[in-house]
Design a protein around this ligand. Structure first.
Ligand code: AMP
Ligand code: GLY
Length: 416
């Protein structure tokens, strides 16, 4: 079968790599892909981003299934457009993608279907929002309703900070429309977890849990990034936590998907907070996580291509997902300066012949060599029998990788 993967980050390299490992996959096209997918077996990059051009490519090249990596095309309706042309595609339709595209929509959905989430209020008027802030407890969380490239959440310790967030989201309009409506939410204290699950609309099967590491520096210090590393499984996801997640979050979500008659064949990403009062949903994403995917897929024993085929054909009911009984630690190497400004175009060396799998992200081929092309350059994913071993393996291997200004955290997967 022929697959087309939309996207070009580390997540998409991992998706393409895992698909290509299947005997069912004859070819995996990546649009646009990156320097990693360009050298991966069975994979080929195509430089197309426009949806109608992608549809034309899929029709002309007899693509069997398209897999969408990032949220933006899903929120824009790429699934609806492909389906309208009779093409099979893995991802939720536009209406369902609002679970990620609008926080106000997802909070309403949670309320309607009893999905355990933080208490909240919604505002479209900044004066009313500021008035509300005067009477609420702190810290409090202010969230822009729409997509804000991961920057639309402010955790505010005191009124002044919260007021400033409200004004910059709603009045200064720093997110160009995405903060016209806001959510003010109860602050939850605990440890975060990410759980991806696959659904065909009839059943939902959770993947192994994962843990992202969002800040740029060790010990969760410094500004947030797209993710500096991930581990799987998440050591805080005990059986009790997982059972509570299934009962109070995952299954009610499936009920909601069905109750709203959503066309949802794809991944539901549950961003969770494990607190003393139980597990809460922080957010839905309607696609796989980055860098969670780079830590979870290496542990999948099942044939990923087969899994996607079964999902698209709505046959997940009989599917038994299999996992390696191991741990994965994925450490991201970034360009100096990231998440602020950084330089690109530096040659990357030492990524071949490692035991770890190296997934390229902001990396491109340049004069026949791999070179940096983004903030997060690559992820080194290592497997081990224990988390500690996976960690050691990842850090042993990442030391061999060289490019000018390479930076990575030294505490990915370190559990206190
Ligand atoms: P979101 O985009 O909603 O996942 O928020 C981004 C990040 O903000 C999360 O990963 C958490 O670290 C933090 N966050 C969001 N909502 C809350 C909350 N209610 N309490 C504490 N932290 C939160
Ligand atoms: N790692 C968080 C995300 O993919 O949104």
């Amino acid at each position: 079968m022929k697959f087309l993967v939309i996207g070009g980050g580390g997540r998409e390299h991992a998706i393409a790599w895992k698909l290509a490992q299947s005997p069912l996959a004859e070819k995996v096209y990546c649009a646009p892909g990156n320097g990693g997918t360009s050298i991966e077996a069975k994979c080929e990059n195509i430089n197309i981003s426009d949806t109608s051009e992608l549809i034309k490519f899929a029709l002309e090249n007899n693509i069997d299934i398209t897999v969408v990596g990032p949220e933006a095309p899903l929120v824009d309706g790429v699934v609806d457009d492909f389906k309208a042309q009779g093409l099979k595609i893995f991802g939720p339709a536009k209406a369902a993608a609002r679970l990620e595209g609008s926080k106000s929509y997802s909070k309403e959905f949670c309320k309607k279907y009893n999905v355990k989430t933080a208490a909240y209020e919604e505002f479209e008027d900044s004066d009313k929002a500021v008035e509300y802030l005067k009477g609420c407890g702190y810290p409090v969380v202010v969230k822009a309703d729409g997509l804000a490239a991961g920057k639309g959440v402010a955790i505010c310790k005191a009124f002044e900070e919260a007021e400033e967030a409200v004004l910059s989201f709603m009045v200064k309009d720093i997110f160009k429309g995405a903060g016209k409506k806001i959510i003010i939410e109860e602050f939850l204290e605990g440890v975060e977890a990410s759980i991806l699950a696959i659904t065909d609309g009839n059943v939902i099967l959770p993947f192994l849990s994962a843990k992202d590491h969002k800040t740029i520096y060790d010990n969760n210090e410094g500004p947030n990034t797209g993710g500096m590393g991930a581990i799987s499984p998440n050591p805080y996801c005990t059986e009790e936590v997982l059972n509570s997640f299934k009962e109070h979050i995952m299954l009610p979500t499936l009920k909601g998907i069905q109750g709203e008659k959503m066309d949802y064949v794809g991944i539901v990403f549950f961003g969770l907070m494990i607190t003393k009062k139980g597990v809460y949903l922080l957010e839905y994403n309607v696609r796989m996580g980055d860098p969670e995917t780079e830590a979870v897929l290496p542990l999948m024993e099942s044939d990923f291509a087969e899994l996607i085929i079964e999902a698209v054909n709505k046959r997940l009911e009989a599917y038994k997902l299999q996992w390696k009984n191991k741990h994965c630690c994925s450490v991201v190497a970034a360009s100096a300066g990231y998440p602020g400004s950084y330089k690109t175009g530096f040659t990357i060396k030492g990524f071949e012949n490692l035991d770890s799998k190296v997934f390229a992200a902001g990396a491109k081929t340049q004069n026949g060599e791999l070179a940096t092309a983004g903030g997060r350059v690559l992820a080194v994913s290592a497997i081990g029998d224990t988390l500690e071993q996976a960690r050691e393996n990842a850090y042993r291997d990442i030391k061999h990788i060289e490019f000018e200004g390479i930076y990575y955290r030294s505490d990915i997967g370190k559990v206190k």
